[in-house]
Design a protein around this ligand. Structure first.
Ligand code: PGA
Length: 250
């Protein structure tokens, strides 16, 4: 069995009490499995309660959905990496398509967040992926390159680069019930790896797939060796549903 990461992105669901109940139930339903890491991205206000309940599970990691590139200062409404770490976060999503599409986050801002996360010893999971229009115009690779380039330019240290993970999440597949075909996802992952390797990225970068992953398609997706795991929104929202999915890969 190769190592796999199952990452749950709860988006704007589960406040502190609901998150705590979910985590407690999830503990009852699952046990650690070698080479399987379970990652949770609750809303910022719920990180503390989730991290608290999962403290006893070395295979479970908790993170933020978004962070500021500055640790403190005049940044109203932002989440400081220092504060996220203080309540138990060791990971963060960066540049999720909802940050980019709904809140206008730029590729450069995402790169700064990756850099800041690394400086705070927080593992960044950088999300990239094309829109439907980009896919239809044959511009998938161009879109992904555009999102990766500022990160390549800003994160130059080999040790830091080795700690970055990528989530390939085609925008048209997120929350739509329409997942990428496993071989298309694998092609995109292969492209991302080759592109980064050509730019001196060390080792084999870990790439997760996200976009309408569910209990029915997880196994087919993970049958592609190019996928190092999945990043899941809707299908991770109940402890029972998510426990079923994380149990599928053995
Ligand atoms: P979805 O979301 O699984 O609901 O498509 C994935 C994501 O946005 O990370």
């Amino acid at each position: 069995m190769r190592p796999l990461i199952y990452a749950a992105n709860w988006k704007l669901h589960h406040g502190p009490s609901a998150a705590r109940e979910y985590a407690a139930r999830f503990l009852e339903l699952t046990r650690p499995v070698p080479d399987r890491e379970l990652w949770f991205f609750p809303p910022a206000v719920s990180i503390a309660s989730v991290a608290d309940v999962f403290r006893c599970r070395p295979d479970i990691w908790v993170g933020a959905q978004n962070v500021c590139w500055e640790l403190k200062g005049a940044f109203t409404g932002e989440l400081s990496l220092a504060h996220a770490v203080e309540v138990g976060a060791t990971l963060t999503l960066v540049g999720h398509s909802e940050r980019r599409q709904v809140f206008g986050e730029t590729d450069e801002q995402s790169a700064r967040k990756v850099k800041a996360a690394l400086a705070s010893d927080v593992t960044p999971l950088l999300c990239v992926g094309e829109t439907l229009a980009e896919r239809e115009w044959g511009r998938t690779e161009e879109a992904v390159r555009r999102q990766l380039d500022p990160v390549v330019a800003l994160v130059t240290d080999a040790g830091e680069r080795a700690r970055v993970l990528i989530a390939y999440e085609p925008v048209w597949a997120i929350g739509t019930g329409r997942n990428a075909a496993p071989h298309d996802a694998a092609d995109a992952h292969r492209f991302i790896r080759a592109y980064l390797a050509e730019r001196g990225w060390p080792g084999r970068v870990r790439v997760l797939y996200g976009g309408s992953v569910n209990a029915a398609n997880t196994l087919a997706l993970l049958a592609e060796p190019e996928l190092d795991g999945v990043l899941v929104g809707g299908a991770s929202l109940t402890a029972e549903g998510w426990a079923e999915i994380v149990g599928l890969g053995g």
